[in-house]
Design a protein around this ligand. Structure first.
Ligand code: FAD
Ligand code: FO1
Length: 455
C-alpha cells in the first residue's frame, strides 16, 4: 500500500514488535472490498505469517443516530462480516466503550499490530487517541475514504472547491488506479471468538425511533452496488440538467452507502470510467463525489470548529456579527422546525421529506438550512438546530459532508461574500422565489405535505 495513506502512526511502547495476529479496527469503511486499511492490515499479517481479524466496536449513542440508522448499519455489517469470514478473516463485534473493550481484546488475544480507518470527526479522533493511550502495540490510521489521501491532497484547510479541485485532479490519475484487493487469508484464527446474533443485537439497542419514517433503503455492499448500477443506467444522463430539481429523480442516492463505507467513492469512479459515459458527461457528478466530498473531509480535519460558527471564515464572522441585532421577521424553536410548523410550505415539505424518507434532496438541503438560520436568533442556535435535525434524522447524517454543508449554508464556508442584506449580511441568500424559478415547487410540496398541512 502507498504509505502516504498512513495519516497517523502510534509507535507502541514495546521494545520490539511481539508476534501475534493483526487486527483491523473497522469503523468508517464497513466493507471488505476496496478497503485500504483492511488490505494494509492483511499485508502486515501476511508479512508476519499471522491471522487477520476485523473488529467493530459498537457504540450505542453515536451523535444522535436513531434506530433506523443503526438498523441500516448493522444489516450492512452483517453482510460484510460474511464476506470477511469467506476470506478467512474473523469478524468480531465488541459492545461498550471501545477505550475499554478494545485494549482488553488486544490483551486477551495477544494482538501484535492494529490498523484502523481515518475519520476527521472529533469524536472518532478522541476515541482513537484514548485507545492508543490504553494499549502498547503499534497502530496505523489509514485513509480509506478519500481517493487522494487527505494529507497528500493538501496540508491545510482549503478556501474552497476552487483551491482544492486542481490539487485533487492533478493526482487523480495516480491514485484512482491503485485499488486494494482483499485475498483469502492463509491462516485462520483458531481461538474462540464471541458469536454475534444480529437480530438480538438490534433488538437490544435502546434508541430513539422516527415514527414518521416510511422509506428504508436496502443496506449493505450489494445494495450499494445495485444503487450505483441503477443510477448509471437510469439517472446519470440527466444528472447535470436536473440535479437541482427535487421533483426529478436524478441523484445517485449513494450517500448512506458512502457514509457507512459500504461502497468506496474510488470504486464508483472506476466503474464510471468503465461505463460508456464521457468524462464531460459525468463531470458534474464527479465534482460532487470527488471534489466536494473530499473538501468536506479537508474542512473537518483541519478545522476543529467544523460544527460551530467559530469555524467560519473571518469575513463571514464579521458580517454575521454586524447583523446579529437585525430583527427577525419569524422566529421558531426546535419543535416548530422538527414538525415542519413554519409559515413556509416549501420549508415544511422539506422537513417532512426528512421525516418520511430519512433524507432531504441536495438542492433543498441548502434552502432548508439557510431558512433555519433566517428564522432563529443567532448563527449558533441555527447551527445547533440544523445539526440536531440532520444528525438525528438523516440516514447519511453524522458525516463530514453534513457539518460542512451546514457550515456552507450558515457561515459561507467554501463560498464567497454576496451583496449585503439584513440578517444574512454577506452570506448567500436563498428564497422561495429562487426555488420557484428552479423547479415546480407545488408538485414538491404536495409530495411531502398532507393536505391538512396546507392551510
Ligand atoms: P449526489 O448528488 O448523487 O452526490 C453523490 C455523492 O457526492 C454524495 O453521496 C456525497 O458523498 C457527495 N456530495 C454530493 N453533494 C455534496 C456536497 N454538497 N458536499 C459534500 N459531498 C457531496 N451529505 C451527506 O453525505 N451527509 C449529510 O449529512 C449531508 N448534510 C448536508 C446538509 C446541508 C445543509 C447541505 C447543504 C448538504 C449536505 N450534504 C450532506 C451534501 C449533499 O446534499 C448530499 O451528499 C447529497 O444530497 C446526498 O444525496 P446523493 O448521494 O443522492 O447525492
Ligand atoms: N462507528 C463505530 O465504530 N461504531 C459505532 O457504533 C458507530 C455507530 C454509528 C451510528 C450511526 C452513524 O451514522 C455512524 C456510526 N459510526 C459508528 C461511525 C461511522 O462508521 C463513521 O465512521 C462516521 O460517522 C463518519 O465519519
Amino acid at each position: 500500500m502507498d504509505k502516504r495513506r498512513i495519516i497517523k502512526h502510534f509507535e507502541g511502547s514495546e521494545k520490539e514488535q511481539s508476534s501475534g495476529p493483526v487486527i483491523y479496527w473497522m469503523s468508517r469503511e464497513q466493507r471488505s472490498e476496496d478497503n485500504w486499511p483492511l488490505s494494509y492490515a492483511q499485508e502486515l499479517a501476511l508479512k508476519n505469517n499471522q491471522p487477520l481479524l476485523a473488529v467493530f466496536t459498537l457504540m450505542e449513542d453515536f451523535l444522535e443516530a436513531n434506530h433506523s440508522h443503526y438498523e441500516f448499519m448493522l444489516r450492512g455489517l452483517e453482510e460484510t462480516a460474511k464476506n470477511l469470514e469467506n476470506n478467512h478473516i474473523s469478524f468480531v463485534l465488541l459492545q461498550g466503550d471501545p477505550a475499554k473493550t478494545l485494549p482488553r481484546f488486544i490483551e486477551e488475544h495477544h494482538i501484535a499490530y492494529m490498523v484502523t480507518d481515518f475519520d476527521p470527526l472529533k469524536k472518532k479522533r478522541t476515541l482513537q487517541e484514548n485507545v492508543a493511550d490504553n494499549i502498547s502495540i503499534p497502530i496505523d490510521i489509514v485513509d480509506g475514504h478519500n481517493i487522494v489521501p487527505i494529507t497528500t491532497a493538501s496540508a491545510k484547510q482549503e478556501y474552497g472547491a476552487y483551491t482544492l479541485r486542481p490539487k485533487l485532479h492533478k493526482r487523480l490519475e495516480e491514485f484512482l488506479h491503485q485499488i486494494p484487493e482483499v485475498q483469502k487469508h492463509p491462516l485462520v484464527y483458531k481461538n474462540r471468538l464471541p458469536d454475534i446474533s444480529w437480530d438480538a443485537l438490534l433488538k437490544s439497542l435502546v434508541l430513539k425511533k422516527n415514527p414518521h419514517l416510511e422509506v428504508t433503503a436496502p443496506s449493505g455492499p450489494r445494495a450499494a452496488r445495485n444503487q450505483l448500477q441503477d443510477f448509471i443506467s437510469n439517472r446519470l444522463r440527466n444528472y447535470s440538467a436536473y440535479s437541482n430539481d427535487p421533483t426529478k429523480e436524478v441523484l445517485s442516492g449513494l450517500s448512506p452507502y458512502l457514509h457507512f463505507g459500504q461502497i468506496s467513492s474510488q470504486r464508483v469512479l472506476l466503474i464510471l470510467e468503465e461505463s460508456d459515459f464521457s468524462a464531460s458527461a459525468v463531470s458534474d457528478f464527479v465534482e460532487q463525489i470527488f471534489v466536494r466530498k473530499e473538501l468536506s473531509d479537508n474542512y473537518c480535519y483541519y478545522n476543529a470548529n467544523y460544527d460551530n460558527p467559530q469555524g467560519f471564515p473571518d469575513w463571514a464572522k464579521k458580517s454575521l456579527n454586524a447583523h446579529r441585532g437585525d430583527p427577525r421577521e419569524y422566529l421558531y424553536g426546535y419543535q416548530d422546525f422538527l414538525y415542519g410548523k413554519t409559515h413556509d410550505k416549501l420549508w415544511n415539505a422539506a422537513q417532512w421529506e426528512l421525516l418520511k424518507t430519512g433524507k432531504i434532496h441536495g438542492y433543498l438541503r441548502m434552502y432548508w438550512c439557510k431558512k433555519i438560520f433566517e428564522w432563529t436568533k443567532s448563527p449558533e442556535e441555527a447551527m445547533e438546530i440544523a445539526i440536531r435535525l440532520n444528525d438525528g434524522y438523516s440516514i447519511d447524517g453524522r458525516d463530514p459532508n453534513g457539518y460542512t454543508g451546514i457550515a456552507w449554508s450558515i457561515g459561507g464556508v467554501h463560498d464567497r461574500a454576496w451583496k449585503e442584506r439584513p440578517v444574512f449580511g454577506k452570506i448567500r441568500y436563498m428564497n422561495y422565489n429562487g426555488a420557484k424559478r428552479k423547479f415546480d415547487v407545488d408538485t414538491y410540496i404536495h409530495t411531502y405535505l398532507k393536505d391538512e398541512d396546507h392551510e
